[in-house]
Each structure stands twice: as C-alpha cells, then as structure tokens.
Unconditional design. Structure first.
Length: 400
C-alpha cells in the first residue's frame, strides 16, 4: 500500500489536538490502512506501544465489545497512568451508543481519539449530539487515478492509458489491486458489495421486500451519472415491470444507499436563480467497480463512467460539487472550495463539430470569470474563447 499523504497531511496537525478525529468512507476504501499509518507515525514520534490502543470492531477478537459500557470497561483497564494515550477505533458504528463512551473518555482521560466509520450519517444521529462541536471529520475515498499510478509506479504513457481504462472499469478500491486475475477482482468486489448491502443496508434498516430492494439497487448502480427522482423511478418500475412502488419507499432506498456510501448525490444548482433546487439530484457511484460487477451484460456507458470519475475526483480534492441547471441544458459540474470556483463539462470524445459546439457553448450564459474546463479523452487540445480544454487523464494527474 502507498502512504496516503493527501489524507495524512490533513489529519497530522490534529494528532495531539483535543478534538476527536473522525474518518469517514465507504467500506474497504482504505480507512484502516490510514489508521495503521497514523500509528506508524506516532511510533516514530517515540510514543510507546502501550500508549497506543487500536481496535478494529470488524475483528472477531473484539466481538465481546457490543456497547458503550463494554468499550468503557476495556479501555479504562488499559489506561494505567496519566500519560497521553492514543485511541484508534475502526468501524466504530458497530458499537451501540458509541458516542457516550467516546465523549466520556475525552472528558475524563488524557487521550487523543481517532474514529473511522462507514456510514455517511455517522455524525448526524441523535446520540451524535454527545460529541457535537468536539470533533473534526475527514472524508476518505477509494484510490484516485493519481494514487493508482503511484501504487503501480507508472510513468510510461501507454501504461498510464492502459491503467486508466482498467480504473474506469474496475474502480479504485485499494485491495482490488492485490489481485491480478479478472475473476479474482470480480469476486472481491462482489464480496464487498454484498457485505455493504446485507450488513449496512438490509439488516440495519430491516428491509423486508428484498426483491424490490435488489431491483432498485441494481438499476441505480448500473446507470451512474444520471438524474433520478422518486417520481421518475416509480414511473420506470410501473412502465417496465408493471409494478407500483411508493415514492416514499423509493426515496428511503436511495437514502439508505447514500448512507452506506455506495452512491453519492450532487444537488442541482439553478445558475440563473443562484439557488439549490430542492429534491433535484444527480447520483454517482462511489466506486465504478460496483457498477461493473452488476452490469456485465450491458453496453459500457463510457461517457457516464468518465463523468463519474471526474465527480469523485472533485470530491477527493475537497470540492463541494453541484450540477448546474440552465434554462436549456446543464453544466456538468460547479465545484467550489473555499473562495475557489470552477465549471466543468465532461465528454468522452469531442468527435465532431456538433459535440465541440455543444460542450463549449454550455458556458455561454455563465458571465463570471471563474475558470471553465472541458475535459475529454482527446489527445488534441481544442481550448477556445478562454475555455480550457484538457485531456482528462492529464487533469487527473495534475497537482491538486
């Protein structure tokens, strides 16, 4: 595994700060490795091993810790003096009422606390009010393409291009790069996918109609980078399956998938009215590998995959991302980070003048001077009228 410096550099200043460090990301995106890398750095700072307590709550070794009281008893027995202890808890959501013990330890002991979790609402539940204002959070994502190139030590253009198409097909979950055979990759991704569905959605939310749930999940996962609403999905199932599904059920299922971090949603932003359009979202896969294992019989949607990769890259770079809603058409992405703003159009290839005109003219009604990009896989550059055209692979490898 590579050192994930893009995340460590953000977390490192808080190692000894009296705030709870919360690391959130989809299962198997590399959160555990980041905790282990933090432990390595603590040891290099001459912190004694006895002062570092690491627990992965997915390990059977710790299955006896079921709730806040169990965890409190275990940790307080480990803390034997007034020295600073570093507590690293992996997949903390597996402990019932975890917020209570974390808050208690923070208030009563000389500790620095690190948590990871695989639920996007980890910090939004009722009990999370116990640590409100006492934590700093970090979102972790599967490997970016730049990290893949670092992992594989790629410098040759042909190798980089080949790796990109592999990345667009199988995604960036770190552990999948251990496997060299396609069937092994498929098996691994399917195991992760099923684990999320069964443990983090079906069991957690007590879903009864598994057939309907699986059909909806499959439809969403195999059509990334699309606009969905409960109403449009209800119409789809009525027209294709002659099955009436309530909008409330569909909305809930979409939210469950977001909470389990299989998908992310981007709000639609009315460029002219300068406001977020409530209830209007576009959905993207957290990792394209999930879509690949479910859509083997479908024709590849290369344009949609490319758009999905750009969306995930923007999130990993710390941008807030929305989809621009115009009177006629849309801007693929409006990305903001502090005072910075960029506009992005994504196309697989600028194959003819019609496509060039469509992608560049999308910016005609954007009157501000923030940077505007068209990203595609073309090797020739078509920048014009102040609009920057970049090869998407070059853009992914740019310094952030």
């Amino acid at each position: 595994m590579i050192i994930r410096e893009k995340y460590l550099s953000k977390i490192r200043p808080f190692y000894d700060v009296d705030l709870i460090k919360v690391i959130i990301g989809v299962k198997r995106c590399g959160k555990s490795v980041i905790l282990l890398q933090i432990i390595d750095e603590l040891k290099k700072k001459k912190i004694l091993e006895s002062q570092i307590i690491y627990i992965n709550f997915e390990y059977e070794d710790y299955s006896f810790i079921k709730d806040d009281m169990d965890l409190h008893k275990y940790i307080t027995e480990k803390i034997v003096n007034d020295d600073k202890y570093y507590l690293l808890f992996d997949e903390i959501q597996n402990v019932n009422h975890w917020e209570k013990v974390i808050n208690s330890l923070k208030a009563s002991k000389n500790v620095s606390i690190f948590l990871t979790g695989s639920n996007s609402d980890l910090l939004s539940g009722e009990l999370a009010t116990h640590i409100a204002g006492r934590y700093v959070s970090f979102n972790v994502y599967p490997f970016t393409f730049k990290e893949v190139c670092e992992l594989k030590n790629l410098n040759n253009k042909e190798e980089i291009e080949e790796a990109f198409y592999d990345y667009m097909t199988w995604g960036g979950l770190p552990q999948r790069f251990v496997f060299t055979e396609e069937e092994q990759v498929k098996t691994y991704l399917l195991d992760v996918y099923n684990s999320i569905l069964i443990k983090d959605i079906i069991s957690r939310f007590n879903i009864k109609d598994l057939d309907l749930f699986n059909r909806i999940v499959e439809y969403i996962v195999t059509t990334p980078s699309q606009n969905f609403s409960a109403e449009s999905l209800a119409n789809y199932f009525l027209n294709h399956d002659e099955r009436e599904v309530s909008k409330v059920t569909l909305y809930n299922y979409l939210e469950y998938m977001i909470k389990a971090m299989i998908i992310s949603k981007a709000p639609r932003y009315d460029v002219r009215g300068k406001r977020i359009l409530n209830g209007k979202y576009k959905y993207y896969l957290t990792d394209l590998g999930f879509g690949q294992i479910m859509s083997t019989s479908k024709r590849p949607q290369l344009g949609a995959y490319l758009e999905n990769i750009v969306f995930n890259e923007l999130l990993s770079r710390g941008y807030e991302v929305s989809v621009g809603n115009l009177e006629k058409g849309e801007i693929d992405f409006i990305a903001t980070r502090f005072k910075e703003k960029i506009y992005i159009q994504v196309a697989y290839l600028l194959a003819d003048d019609t496509i060039v005109e469509r992608e560049f003219n999308a910016f005609n009604n954007i009157l501000d001077n923030y940077p505007k990009y068209v990203l595609s896989l073309d090797k020739l550059i078509y920048s014009q009228n102040g609009i920057i055209h970049k090869n998407v692979i070059d853009w992914l490898l740019d310094k952030e």
